[in-house]
Design a protein around this ligand. Structure first.
Ligand SMILES: NC(=O)c1ccc[n+]([C@@H]2O[C@H](COP(=O)([O-])OP(=O)(O)OC[C@H]3O[C@@H](n4cnc5c(N)ncnc54)[C@H](O)[C@@H]3O)[C@@H](O)[C@H]2O)c1
Length: 364
């Protein structure tokens, strides 16, 4: 099992470990038992994950004499709301959960974001542990302490930065993940390769088949590398004030495509099209060599992700949503662009006409 330390050194108490391995649930039980974090644990999970792993995790915790029970909510982004938070909080109160207890988020990003948010506010905060079960949550959402829920006005509008006590990543969870969700997560792994790690990018190109077949060794490599990149960025900029923004590569246009499609396009496909748009803008502004843009496009295609934008989606609509995106500052839209694979930078002077032309081009 690989252990990666997240050093938030101005706040030593917030530093924690990410433990990554294959088939390590038993050891997670032991580590929770040894941690003495709480006298009782509540596993928060969604209906799908509960059916697959709920009994198993409770059994493992029971075996090491950790008191635990489970609260389940309906799976899906539509549950990431204040209503679900209040239902779970009422259930915690009914079960006598107090500040000597801790939460375990067992599930994807929806479960992790919402459980972290509840932990940040329940009785003025209680500790929580992340046990991410999707590729997206293992490489991205479980790391960094961003918690939150959606409002009718938009996604992730209510939340807090609240770090977990530890993050346990068991790659075995990925065996049951539907293809659609696996490919979604792959878009974030590709993003890490593009913004930070040429070796990871090369591995993704060379081992495309093994990745598609979910070879455990190659999955371990790409998950570990992705976690190291995310934690490295979070260590420098925990509160998303500067460097952490490079993680938004492809997301400014990607989020706009996702929203403009009424969320009928998957997050992974929207972000992939957004990454290609950003690479193309970088190329057209003479920052990025054409060869690098071609490699990015090829990798996205090989992963089974979208390299174009459906023509039914309005270009003006995408641009309007890009402007409204929370990454916008003052009057200009701040884009993460590339000088080469592995070398991103932030640029606030991309002409709207160029964005327009690039989107139109990606619709062909
Ligand atoms: N906090 C952050 O920094 C951050 C970063 C990126 C995304 N997010 C958030 O993460 C969410 C998306 O996360 P997600 O893609 O994991 O979605 P998700 O949590 O909805 O999980 C996707 C689906 O996979 C199912 N599932 C989970 N694990 C499974 C497993 N092992 N086997 C079979 N099915 C399984 C779930 O029940 C769900 O139906 C969004 O709400 C997004 O805003 C947060």
């Amino acid at each position: 099992m690989k252990r990666i330390k997240v050093n938030l050194d101005k706040q030593v108490l917030l530093s924690h470990e990410i433990c990554i391995g294959n088939n390590i649930l038993d050891r997670i039980g032991l580590m929770v038992a040894k941690s003495n974090l709480a006298h009782r644990y509540i596993v928060i999970t969604d209906s799908n994950v509960s059916a697959l792993y709920g009994e198993e995790i409770l059994g493992i915790l029971k075996e090491v004499e950790v008191k635990a029970d489970l609260i389940e909510f309906p799976a899906g982004e539509s549950s990431k709301t204040m209503d679900t938070v209040l239902n779970i909080v009422k259930e915690l109160l009914n079960r006598g959960v107090d500040r000597s207890c801790a939460l375990i988020a067992l599930g994807g990003g929806v479960t992790g974001d919402m459980t972290g948010f509840i932990a940040s506010i329940y009785m003025r905060s209680i500790p929580y542990i992340q046990v991410p079960t999707t590729l997206m949550s293992q490489v991205d959402s479980s790391i960094g302490g961003k918690t939150g829920i959606d409002l009718p006005e938009g996604k992730n509008l209510l939340g807090a930065f609240f770090q977990p006590q530890s993050i346990f990543i068991d790659l075995r969870f990925l065996e049951t993940l539907p293809d659609y969700e696996f490919i979604n997560g792959l878009s974030e792994v590709i993003k890490y390769g593009i913004i930070d790690d040429v070796d990871l990018f090369n591995i993704l190109e060379d081992k495309a088949d093994a990745i598609r077949n979910r070879d455990p060794d190659i999955l371990k490599t790409i998950v570990e590398r992705s976690c190291k990149i995310k934690k490295g960025v979070v260590e420098i900029d925990e509160k998303d004030m500067g460097v952490r923004r490079i993680l938004n590569f492809g997301h400014t246009i990607g989020h706009a495509i996702e929203a403009e499609s009424g969320y009928t396009i998957s997050h992974g496909n929207a972000i992939s099209a957004g990454m290609i748009a950003s690479a193309r803008i970088s190329e057209r502004m003479k920052y990025l060599p054409s060869e690098d843009r071609g490699r990015i496009q090829g990798l996205v295609r090989a992963a089974g992700l979208a390299d174009h934008i459906p023509s039914s989606i309005s270009t003006e609509g995408i641009i309007a949503k890009t402007r409204a995106d929370k990454k916008k500052e003052d009057a200009s839209i701040h884009f993460v662009l590339l000088k080469k694979i592995g070398m991103p930078f932030i640029n606030g002077s991309v002409e709207e006409a160029l964005i327009h032309e690039t989107i139109e081009e990606l619709k062909k």
